[in-house]
Design a protein around this ligand. Structure first.
Ligand code: SAM
Length: 300
């Protein structure tokens, strides 16, 4: 494609995007069109014209530039980083704005495969815990949860199973996430110990029945991934979530939300686990129903 054709196409896409957003709203019949424009524009995201237009639109339209919507909340990063406990919990609880126009945007957001995958990983984790509980005859089951966030998964697990043999050690960097989780967990706090620490400084001091982490390793580059994973080589069972490189929502997350992850294929996850010193016989890759969130499952 010549440069000129390229530029004409980008200008046309930006014009189409602007007219879709004309009154700050989006209508359900335009969801598909919006997705198509975003996906095409994403291929040109580094272009100055695209950046300038998006930043102007963010000033004009609260739906994409303020925390009035889910996608705006992703962009604004009011807790200072992408994927904070607040947006994750709002994904879990299917939060929608009360404002009718913003609500339509939130319907669009929640219909995307990435938020669906996040909700599915909560189900995946709870199911895994429930199976572990039904297989175990132990009086106490210890789970290490790395980057625990809002802990809605733990709340629901205890609500649903009342299996108080479980004890969770949650390592979490953000003190606001811990405060939020403690409030949410209420009486279940007795089953949970929080360690407010950067995972980079954390070394496990005991054997856990399960080491779980979702929404953390996909922010790491490959070197950091293997370095941190290698610290758990003495653990019998580790499950690490990572978004797949086939995430169809990636363009929307990056262009509108400036939410960047290190997407990885199943093969790449296996390779990194081997690089971290794990035996390939012990490595399995699993996924939730959308196949957007993969799980590196190491049982040794
Ligand atoms: C995307 S959320 C995932 C939360 C939870 N695991 C879940 O799936 O619901 C990421 C969490 O990781 C925490 N986090 C990010 N970097 C961290 C680090 N270096 N050490 C510990 N926690 C970290 C953030 O504060 C945030 O609460």
């Amino acid at each position: 494609m010549t440069q000129e054709l390229n530029n004409t196409m980008v200008s046309k896409l930006l014009k189409d995007l602007k007219s879709l957003l004309m009154n700050g709203s989006i209508q359900e019949p335009h969801f598909q069109k919006f997705s198509e424009i975003i996906s095409k524009l994403h291929d040109h995201q580094s272009k100055e014209e695209v950046k300038a237009e998006l930043s102007e639109m963010r000033m004009l339209f609260p739906a994409i530039g303020s925390d009035a919507t889910m996608q705006g909340l992703a962009y604004v990063k009011k807790h200072g980083y992408a994927g904070d406990y607040e947006i994750i919990d709002k994904i879990y609880t299917n939060w929608h704005s009360d404002h009718p126009e913003m609500k339509t945007w939130d319907r669009y957001f929640h219909a995307q495969l990435a938020p669906q995958a996040v909700r599915n990983r909560k189900t995946f984790f709870k199911q895994w815990l429930t199976d572990l509980g039904s297989r175990s005859t132990a009086d106490r089951i210890e789970v290490l949860n790395l980057a625990s966030g809002p802990c809605r998964d733990l709340l629901e697990f205890f609500d649903e199973t009342k299996d108080f043999r479980f004890h969770f050690t949650c390592v979490e960097l953000d003190p606001h996430a811990i405060a939020f989780a403690k409030e949410l967990l209420g009486t279940y706090n007795s089953q949970v110990t929080f360690i407010q620490q950067n995972i980079f400084r954390f070394l496990p001091q005991e054997q856990y029945d399960l080491v779980w982490s979702a929404g953390l390793f996909d922010y790491f580059d490959d070197n950091t991934f293997t370095k941190i994973l290698a610290r758990f080589r003495n653990q019998k069972h580790i499950i690490i979530g990572n978004f797949s490189d086939l995430n169809p929502t990636g363009g929307y997350m990056e262009l509108i939300g400036e939410w960047y992850l290190n997407y990885r294929s199943a093969g790449k996850l296996r390779l990194l686990a081997k690089d971290a010193g794990y035996n390939k016989e012990h490595i399995r890759i699993m996924h939730e129903p959308t196949e957007v969130n993969l799980f590196l499952n190491i049982q040794q």
